[in-house]
Design a protein. Structure first.
Length: 255
């Protein structure tokens, strides 16, 4: 009778020991750096994959850029794989913008050879004159503002670009082209002296020139105002100058 009791107790201890090994104190903990995801978004992504007792994702603070995960070794491997796919390092992009004007005179400007090839498909003309150009070097989801140099009339670009999250070479770009007025009185925000010519959102392919849009610029400076623009402060009439905006995006290789 005594011998049976000893055997039974030994079996019970062998079965119970793995349960002790899975206690909260024994589960591995690892901290992951986040590239683009915020902590809350990362926690929502990982939650369905952390199902073992005492596992979970924890934030040290919304602005820290890291997330701490407790889970089994297998779960931590899964977390690492998920973040490699859905939280890729930010990409750096070069966006080369050119503002061109169709002309009746055949031109040969080596700076706009690529752009004119794309333009002839949507706005055929004998030639094209380079009104202004500029290059923006930005990272994923970064807002940017820039002026287009080389133009008698000042033009401004505002935009935001994001590369595809699936690892492809695609880019989504939102852009707004404005014409800047002259002769602002002191203290008037420059935003009140802008005429928005157009805005658009487009999908781009890496290293391929795309025509973003066209507009007729306006003559003279916009009426100076010392308050927000209203209906009585209308933009000047169209001058008839037709301008076209193109962009050539390039995703830079990661170091």
């Amino acid at each position: 009778m005594t011998r049976r009791f000893v055997v039974t107790a030994f079996i019970f201890l062998c079965v119970a020991r793995p349960v002790v090994a899975q206690s909260a104190d024994a589960i591995p903990v690892r901290t992951f750096s986040l590239q683009q995801l915020d902590v809350q978004s990362a926690a929502k992504l990982l939650a369905p994959y952390l199902q073992s007792p005492a596992s979970g994702a924890f934030e040290a603070g919304r602005s820290t850029g890291v997330i701490t995960v407790r889970g089994t070794t297998r779960e931590l491997h899964t977390v690492d794989s998920l973040l490699r796919v859905f939280d890729r390092p930010k990409r750096t992009m070069l966006l080369r913008f050119q503002l061109l004007e169709p002309t009746d005179v055949k031109t040969s400007d080596p700076r706009i050879v690529e752009a004119t090839t794309a333009l002839r498909e949507v706005a055929p003309s004998a030639g094209y004159h380079l009104v202004g150009e500029g290059i923006a070097r930005i990272e994923d989801r970064e807002d940017f503002e820039m002026s287009l140099s080389g133009s008698e009339t000042r033009y401004a670009l505002t935009g935001k670009a994001q590369s595809s999250s699936d690892g492809s070479q695609g880019i989504s770009l939102w852009i707004r082209l404005s014409q800047m007025g002259e002769g602002l009185p002191t203290g008037v925000p420059s935003a009140f002296n802008q005429t928005i010519l157009f805005s658009t959102t487009v999908s781009l392919a890496n290293k391929q020139i795309v025509v973003l849009g066209s507009a007729a610029s306006r003559t003279g400076p916009r009426a100076a105002v010392d308050t927000a623009p209203t209906a009585q402060h209308e933009a000047p009439p169209l001058s008839g100058r037709f301008i076209i905006l193109t962009v050539r995006p390039e995703i830079l290789a990661r170091p």
